[in-house]
Design a protein around this ligand. Structure first.
Ligand code: PMP
Length: 355
């Protein structure tokens, strides 16, 4: 059979692979591969979904109700809030808005799997700065990687997939070394799981006021358990967020997502109690793995990192064989989300057998 002639794809895009999820879990398996929230949605959130505007109508393109609500929550004006279909969309919008051919985007590696494609899709170049030996951002090296072509820097705290935070004093020292016209994205997707008192919290510290080049990213996907509805937000300078609103696809936040996010903010205390349960499970998992001799970095998120190196594929297969769907990064390590209570002992059993 002859191959059909297809439209020409930009070489930078043809060289990339589409985003892939971890394996889907069967009915008996625990899905610990996507850092999701293991709890069922709250009845009040399901109720809000059912009462959403009729689906024959378009949503509010500005997600005004949610932006207003988040503005009150964080003491900023609604224009200093931007909402999109997941914080990953906002990452794309901000990079498209700041970087193009010949520009550079600096980020730590290993970090969130979506980062490498962001500069490439924009036609820019990604500059990866290796993590330190204890799986943290090397902020001195990241500041030193800034050139006059750098247009954006991404910091991930806690870092996905390794878990450690950036401290407030580390961040303050770093930001003073970054030129004021370079965008700094503080990706705090897992902020609600952080218990370390010295962690940077871009919203509590209002870093975007002192540094208008900083945008803080948060999401409803993790702590608030709305991953399937796709809704994330950014807080920062109105003009920087206007640029993200411009590059974004219009009307991509559905009315259902907006309603569920507002209902989740209404039920925040209850949701944060669940977060505390996940944090307690995380601490048990880290302590259990360390007791087995695994060199697990400090995690402040809803996942833990098992540094399995060359044995990664083999160890991941053992987890899958025990109906534990985890996320392996070949040659490096395995990320295990903190899931259902019943999954913990099973994770520790496999980790013990693989030690
Ligand atoms: N940032 C980080 C660090 C993440 O780990 C994720 C999700 N895996 C996201 C952003 C994107 O989350 P969402 O698009 O669901 O808001």
């Amino acid at each position: 059979m002859t191959e059909p002639i297809l439209p020409r794809i930009r070489p930078a895009i043809a060289a990339l692979a589409p985003y892939r999820q971890g394996k889907q879990a069967g009915p008996e398996a625990f899905k610990l591969s996507s850092n999701e929230n293991p709890f069922e949605p709250l009845p009040s959130v399901v109720d809000a979904l059912q009462r959403t505007t009729p689906i024959n109508r378009y949503p509010d393109a500005t997600a005004g109700r949610l932006r207003e609500r988040l503005g009150v929550r964080y003491g900023v004006r609604p224009d200093e809030v931007h909402v999109a279909s997941g914080s990953v969309s906002i990452l794309h919008q901000l990079i498209l808005a700041t970087a193009s051919g010949g520009d550079e985007v600096v980020y730590a590696w290993r970090s969130f799997e979506a980062y490498p494609s962001l500069p490439l899709v924009a036609g820019a170049t990604g500059v990866q700065v290796p993590l330190t030996a204890d799986a943290r951002h090397d902020l001195d090296a990241m500041a030193a990687a800034v050139t006059d072509r750098t247009r954006a820097l991404i910091l991930c705290t806690p870092n996905n997939p390794t878990g450690p935070i950036i401290t407030a004093s580390e961040f303050d020292r770093f930001i003073d070394r970054v030129p004021a016209d370079v965008l700094v994205i503080l990706d705090e997707a897992y902020a609600e799981f952080v218990t370390a008192p010295d962690a940077v919290d871009g919203l509590a510290a209002r870093v975007f006021e002192r540094h208008p080049n900083v945008v803080v990213l948060r999401t409803f996907s993790k702590a608030y358990g709305l991953a399937g509805l796709r809704v994330g937000y950014a807080i920062g300078h109105e003009k920087v967020l206007d640029a993200a609103r411009t590059t974004g696809i219009p009307l991509s936040v559905t009315s259902a997502a907006e309603s569920a996010a507002i209902a989740s903010l209404d039920a925040e205390d209850e949701l944060l109690e669940r977060v505390a349960v996940i944090v307690e499970r995380r601490e048990r998992l880290v302590a259990g793995l360390r007791a087995l001799g695994w060199d697990v970095p400090d995690s402040q998120a809803n996942f833990v990192w098992l540094p399995t190196g060359e044995r990664t594929d083999e160890v991941a297969a053992a987890f899958v064989a025990a109906d534990l769907i985890v996320r392996p990064f070949s040659g490096d390590g395995i990320r295990i989300s903190v899931g259902e209570e019943e999954s913990l002992d099973r994770v520790l059993e496999v980790a013990a057998a693989q030690r």
